[in-house]
Design a protein around this ligand. Sequence first.
Ligand code: MN
Ligand code: MN
Length: 303
Amino acid sequence: MIQRIDRLPVELPRPKNPNPNDAAAVQELLGGKFGEMSTLMNYTFQSFNFRGRAKMKPFYDLIASIAAEEYSHIETVSYAINLLLTGTTVRGDDPATTPLEPAKDARISYHFLASGQASLPVDSQGNFWTGQNVFSSGNLKLDLLHNFFLECGARANKIRVYETVSDPTARAAVGYLLVRGGVHIVAYAKALEVLTGVDVGKLLPIPDISNKKFPEARKLEEEQGLHRVLFRWSPTDFEQIGAIWKGAHPEDGTELLVSEGMPEGAPAPDLDPEPQLTSPDGDIDPQMMADIAKRLFGTATPT
Ligand code: MN
Ligand code: MN
């Protein structure tokens, strides 16, 4: 079971220049072959399908807890896309003024025609994410090798999106994901090392550019040491990740740490209505809301 916390793992600033094609580039990190939808669903299915769990508990715990973290990443990328799309058309309720005209040259029309100017499970070209991106062979060595490759491919895409989009909203999200994806690369490398004795860490970094070159990522690594921490994503379970996540970080030699639970994070941004898209639509009678609050909390305004 998954418990849901109504926060993002990282604080996202409002964009300086909302732009639908910036949002389209970021979509690659959500619904692309190597996007967060893929990492989430790969590790989720691998954890459901894991055989011999009692014998191989640390590996099960690792895959299951990283799967939970990936949910927080699809949320982060979705909100980055939503913020980059907010305000990119003309706000108002008169359809005769062609309020969506600014969207006609946007790379992904679905953002305007099929959603309320918001994220979809598509890549940067608008191709829908598919379950064919999930690899769950049942062979632990093969699945771990695949996951290492998937995280490295994801890292290459993050770097290219960072190089494409300069807006602070996108860069805050991508900087955070570079750090966390870097943790997952090291985690799967360590898992392969524990399982087979191979020193996969010697391959790192892939691609050969340090996270410290990206200011947002550097800040999280140097000030918070976030590249050294693997979260358990549970108050009680997945306690054996520490059998894999230990020793020295292969890139800077710092000590690896397991953190109970999950990141503290920040509130998810509240997205303003877009009346030209009838999003959300309708109105709630303020008197009705006050009556409900009174019934539930014994006061007109909940505290
Ligand atoms: Mn991720
Ligand atoms: Mn990951």
